[in-house]
Design a binder for this molecule. Structure first.
Ligand code: SAH
Length: 351
């Protein structure tokens, strides 16, 4: 007999009871570990829909972009395809199909914590190898890395400006409710200069885990070559403001209620990720808007070809293209950044 699953809120309350108020980053870690552990959150029946689930064009253009870089890099034979948080494996399946047409058939490595999503990925990409985190990926080959809506799911700290300086925001528990509260002081030096003097109440989010992942990747890429494409919603410059959000059933929900039952995310700070990668020796391109990038890669021609091949689907293809590209949809909030190893060519779309 399997044990009764316990609501993650109960466990979080127990952790806080035992250790005192916890950082927002730890709250996100515990909540999301539970959230991703026991469901497939993607698609119409789930909580949210991502670009690769909207159209095959997204993964295909990423595959063509990677194949082009690989060809101009001299077609190194041992190159690996690595995807962080591959969801249903849809992006990988579309990208690998496009790459194969360009004679690139790399070994596939997925970094995925969710056992349920690993199962779905195995149906689409049965030859993949799975890893729990980016620290344990193969280290001796050039990597073509893709991360779509991965970094937004990684835990972030919240720092709060008060009358008496910056504080770490902590989460306390009270009668089953979770409440953010001002915690211990944070030294001014930890706050970017252009944000330090922000008025009381201002929140700054930083994601140490995201920086660690980028540094880890950058070290691998500097040593062995390759590129990484990071696609996510977020800001090009480090900026203040709370972006922690919960999404449930395609609607926004309260991030402090029902932890573990809703997807918790923050906007990605592309400037912070880019700086970390540059410090490790990578060339950083972008971020550019997803709409501009897909347009530069030829999404219009691909949409026209798909519509010609299946005229009864022309309207559907056009609607998907709009959703990915239009500035008021995913075209400008979603951004694309490339990290390029020394000696590797620039990927297309960032000119
Ligand atoms: N890239 C996919 C899925 C995005 S959802 C798409 O675009 O459709 C976030 C993905 O990251 C899921 O696959 C989730 O299980 C995975 N994930 C979240 N946190 C993770 C972590 N800490 N380590 C590894 N994978 C994680």
């Amino acid at each position: 007999m399997s044990p009764e699953p316990r609501p993650p809120g109960e466990w979080l309350a127990r952790l806080i009871e035992s250790g005192g108020p916890m950082s927002v980053a730890n709250y996100m870690t515990v909540a999301n570990a539970h959230y991703y552990a026991d469901r497939d959150p993607l698609g119409a029946a789930g909580d949210f829909t991502t670009a690769p689930e909207i159209s095959q064009m997204f993964g295909e253009l990423i595959g063509l972009c990677l194949a082009d870089v690989w060809q101009r890099a001299g077609r190194p034979e041992d190159t690996l395809y690595v995807e962080l948080g591959p969801g249903r494996g849809t992006l990988a399946a579309d990208a690998l199909r496009a790459m194969a047409r360009a004679e690139l058939e790399p070994e596939v490595h997925f970094v995925e914590i969710s056992p349920i999503l690993r199962g779905v990925q195995a149906e689409r990409v049965p030859q993949a190898h799975w890893h729990d985190n980016p620290a344990v990926m193969p280290a001796n080959a050039p990597l073509l890395v893709v991360a779509n809506e991965f970094f937004d799911a990684l835990p972030a700290r919240q720092l709060l400006a008060t009358e008496r300086g910056w504080r770490e925001r902590l989460v306390r528990a009270e009668e089953g409710a979770f409440l953010p509260t001002a915690g211990p002081p944070v030294p001014d030096a930890a706050i970017p200069a252009h944000i330090r003097a922000a008025p009381p109440g201002t929140i700054l989010e930083t994601s140490p885990v995201s920086l660690a992942v980028v540094r880890q990747l950058a070290d691998r890429l500097v040593q062995n070559g390759g590129i990484a494409l990071i696609v996510d919603y977020g800001h090009a410059r480090t900026s203040a403001g709370e972006t922690l959000q919960a999404v449930s059933g395609h609607a926004y929900a309260d991030p402090w209620a029902e932890p573990g039952e809703r997807d918790l995310t923050v906007h990605v700070d592309f400037e912070a990720l880019g700086t970390a990668a540059a410090e490790a020796g990578m060339r950083v391109l972008g971020p550019v808007g997803q709409g501009a990038w897909l347009t530069a890669l030829g999404i219009d021609a691909r949409a026209a070809a798909l519509a010609r091949a299946a005229p009864e689907r022309a309207a559907e293809v056009e609607a998907a293209r709009d959703r990915l590209v239009a500035p008021e949809q995913m075209g400008s909030l979603f951004k694309v950044m490339a990290l390029v190893a020394p000696g590797w060519p620039d990927p297309a779309g960032f000119a």
